[in-house]
Design a protein around this ligand. Structure first.
Ligand code: NAD
Length: 345
């Protein structure tokens, strides 16, 4: 079997996990790695990933000389969240004639908030004969692609409500800040106003993906972010939360049609939810005929889920027709466990 040659761009929490996962997959071969971290540059990827062996792949701080059409099939980017921030780096990949998967949240459906950049990327991808996919656990899977998939068993759908209730404890300081964990209620309100606290990134993208796939008309999306105030002391290696302080953010996104709620996505994220008896899980409720009620407890872990969805989507993206794609444009991905997974039609 001819292996799919991959460059990993970004070796942080997600990118390094994706690289380790790719090393376990018989149909994938890592041929390059990029990260700007000074302590990674020039080191063997095996050393950066703490594998105890070298892989013969040196980490570069730029893609110079690496992304050659024919020598690289796909680049995996795990560097940031917003389309405008990663557009330049995505353009470099696409103009090199290399397919791209990014886990930037807004790229799950960039048309939702950056229609002009999405159009440009689609045009560039078509011109260079490659495809581009934004994916991850959420957006990219739980609260959108999976909802769409379940709706295929319905004769009709009147309303969708889905929730992902998860534990933020394993995440680092950036996530704590953007979710407002450790803030006072007043600091939380100020952070929301200034844009320093954002909650979840991806509701407009997920709502648009579902609406587009089902042909539901959405004329307005509203998002609300409320602090989850802790009644008990909670602590992680990065933050301490006293009773009365913020343990997380309850973020809700609603898509309306003619004033009626059609798609509601609920995503309360907090550290140590179990300390107040909150059970984590993923829930999808589709109202229509028949009703579908899917429940998974505890939630699919965000880190492993993101690495897996991105890596397992590689053959689909390599085989896809050129252009900008979303998860609902491509065949259903599955866990890559053997040769036949790479040769599907
Ligand atoms: P991280 O901060 O741990 O890692 C980012 C890495 O990228 C760092 O090593 C950094 O040095 C490197 N980097 C940044 N800009 C670069 C550039 N221009 N060139 C080369 N290297 C660069 O972050 P993470 O936890 O790995 O997540 C990466 C991104 O993916 C975040 O923005 C996160 O919000 C997003 N994400 C999305 C999903 C999803 O479900 N779609 C899930 C998890 C994370």
């Amino acid at each position: 079997m001819k292996k799919i040659k991959v460059v990993q761009w970004g070796l942080g929490a997600m990118g390094s996990g994706m690289a380790k996962l790719m090393l376990e997959k018989e149909g994938l071969e890592i041929v390059g790695a990029i990260d700007t971290r000074p302590d990674y540059i020039g080191k063997d990827l095996g050393e950066v990933l703490k594998l105890g062996r070298n892989l013969g792949v040196k980490v570069q701080n730029t893609p110079a000389g690496l992304l050659q059409k024919g020598k690289v099939d796909i680049c995996m980017q795990a560097i940031n969240s917003f389309t405008k921030d990663c557009f330049g780096d995505m353009k470099i990949v696409v103009e090199s004639g290399v397919n791209l998967i990014t886990i930037a949240e807004e790229m799950a459906m960039p048309e939702a908030q950056q229609p002009e950049l999405a159009r440009q990327l689609d045009e560039l991808a078509q011109k260079n004969g490659v495809s581009v996919l934004g994916t991850g656990i959420n957006p990219g899977f739980i609260l959108d692609a999976q909802v769409v998939m379940l709706s295929a068993a319905c004769l009709n759908v009147t309303r969708i409500e889905a929730a992902r209730i998860n534990d933020l404890s394993p995440f680092g300081p950036t996530v704590m800040k953007t979710q407002g964990v450790g803030a006072t209620p007043e600091e939380f309100e100020r952070g929301i106003k200034s844009g320093e606290i954002v909650g979840h990134i991806g509701f407009p993208e997920s709502i648009r993906m579902i609406a587009q796939a089902l042909g539901l008309k959405i004329d307005r999306i509203e998002e609300t972010r409320k602090p989850i105030i802790s009644n008990v002391y909670r602590e992680t290696p990065h933050v301490k939360v006293q009773p009365g302080m913020v343990a997380g953010c309850e973020h809700v996104g609603v898509g309306y049609c003619n004033g009626k709620e059609v798609i509601k996505l609920v995503h309360p994220q907090q550290i140590h939810p179990h300390l107040e008896g909150v059970k984590t899980g993923d829930y999808i409720n589709i109202f229509g005929d028949p009703e579908v009620h899917m429940s998974n407890q505890p939630e699919i872990p965000g880190g492993k889920g993101t690495m897996a969805v991105a890596v397992n989507s590689i053959p689909n993206v390599v085989r896809a027709t050129p252009g900008l794609k979303s998860m609902v444009d491509l065949p259903i991905p599955g866990c890559l466990m053997g040769n036949s997974a790479y040769d599907r039609r």
